[in-house]
Design a protein. Structure first.
Length: 445
């Protein structure tokens, strides 16, 4: 066996005209070279030279592999509604359409149609946000981590920021309050203890370098037992006495009361503004159910400072985000958010409706058992809280292998394993994905 038995690059390229037509010449060439290198290596190790057909087939596989999208739609059968690993909130129809509309051509992103002059991208969402929440002014950035960073930087750079020890949280993806504080150039002043912080602790920490009182929503954990924290209104009153602003990082920031769906009460944006917070920060893609964004609402002088800060340019939202956000906010203003926004549809889905779906799945598949189970809201909101659901449980011999096969379907299906059974929760499966889900299951069972 010798290396000379291998075909030349030119010969393979000639035979791979189809690949070249699909993938373009440079990439096809690179894939062929890649496969020939591997073949040479194999020959040196004593293997026979591969046939031309095999080499071309391998080049095809290599090309597919290089171009396969890693960001792709999946079916979420986990029952975790705001699943951070699965892209958080699915967008409502109006938001999807609005994104397509501005993506397809030019738009009024920074253009004032009436006057024919330059406009401001800030104007698109601000009016809707203030009308909805009662805030004086609003500013949108790329995500809530950026919102908190910008607020801290513009309000408290080179100053002290007082935070309760119970609120020095880490949320997924390495966002830690002490780290973000460092980045902003503000100095963290921890007060109180893990379980108990009193108003007096805040007051004792105030001195001439104090620039801000920060309250952070615990988000993804809960402290229970012997605990206390001052209410936001108390922090605002304290701040007023010493002329210190209060920033409330709400995380999820609901505009609708979650308690009406049998859940705990998630802090609402309107409540924080009503309590007098100088600025409130929250995410666009958690309980708002919109695109990834960070939203800051509050008193005009502080919002104006955000706008003017040089960092605001580095964290500004793009046109697709703004289009989707505005379309999502309109549903809240029209009071049909619960019917139109997917995460609220899922939260509000009645148990009997979920049960009908899981029973229909079991019937169609001719196997599996419908069992009671729990869905969760996720997205750093309502930890430990669940919504009663109706699950399809499949007893299969190798549950881990089965879920791996589900992940390998097209589109991939993400399911849970509970008590050695594979369980699928209809709450987070979009109705239009049901057929694909069932077909994949039929193929595997
Ligand atoms: C989720 C969260 C953030 C970060 O928001 P992103 O939109 O993910 O950037 C910040 N603070 C709190 C309290 C959160 O829960």
């Amino acid at each position: 066996m010798s290396l000379r038995d291998l075909p030349s690059v030119e010969r393979l390229l000639q035979r791979a005209a189809k690949l070249e037509a699909t993938y373009g010449r440079p990439l096809t060439l690179e894939a062929i070279r890649d496969r020939l290198d591997a073949a040479r290596e194999a020959i040196r190790e004593g293997h026979p030279p591969p046939q031309e057909d095999i080499l071309i087939e391998e080049a095809h596989k290599t090309l597919d592999h290089w171009l396969a999208p890693t960001l792709q739609p999946v079916i979420n059968a986990t029952g975790v509604i705001i699943h951070t690993n699965l892209g958080r909130a699915p967008l409502c129809r109006a938001a999807r359409q609005a994104m397509i509309d501005v993506a397809e051509g030019y738009s009024t992103l920074e253009y004032n149609l009436k006057r024919g002059v330059r406009g401001k991208r800030e104007d698109h969402a601000e009016g809707l946000l203030t009308r909805l929440t009662g805030g004086e002014a609003a500013f949108v950035v790329n995500n809530n981590a950026a919102a908190v960073l910008l607020a801290l930087t513009s309000m408290a750079r080179r100053k002290d920021v007082i935070v309760s020890r119970s609120q020095l949280i880490e949320i997924g993806g390495g966002f830690r309050i002490p780290d973000i504080m460092k980045q902003s150039g503000a100095k963290l002043i921890e007060v109180g203890t893990t379980n108990r912080t009193h108003l007096q602790d805040y007051e004792d920490a105030i001195h001439e370098r104090t620039g801000l009182i920060l309250r952070v929503h615990h988000s993804n954990f809960r402290i229970i037992g012997f605990t206390t924290e001052p209410a936001l209104g108390e922090l605002v009153d304290l701040g007023k006495r010493y002329d210190i602003p209060v920033l409330d990082d709400l995380g999820s920031g609901a505009l609708i009361d979650t308690a009406q769906f049998g859940l705990g009460h998630e802090p609402m944006v309107q409540e924080s503004l009503g309590a007098g917070a100088s600025l409130v920060a929250f995410s666009g893609d958690k309980l708002l159910g919109g695109p990834q964004a960070g939203i800051l609402i509050g008193k005009k002088p502080f919002v104006d400072r955000l706008r003017r800060h040089p960092l605001s340019r580095a964290v500004r939202p793009d046109k697709l985000c703004l289009a989707a956000l505005v379309a999502t906010l309109r549903h809240y203003l029209r009071d049909d958010a619960v019917h139109e926004i997917p995460i609220w549809q899922m939260i509000a889905a009645p148990l009997d409706q979920l049960q009908k779906r899981s029973e229909a799945w079991a019937e169609r598949l001719g196997q599996g058992e419908v069992i009671p189970g729990q869905s969760t809201v996720g997205g750093g909101s309502l930890p430990e809280e669940t919504l009663p659901s109706s699950l399809l449980a499949l007893s299969v011999r190798y549950p881990n292998a089965f879920t791996a096969h589900l992940r390998g379907s097209d589109p991939p299906i993400i399911a849970r394993i509970e008590d050695d059974r594979v369980v699928l929760d209809p709450r987070t499966v979009l109705v239009e994905q049901e057929e694909e889900l069932l077909r994949a299951l039929e193929g595997l069972l």
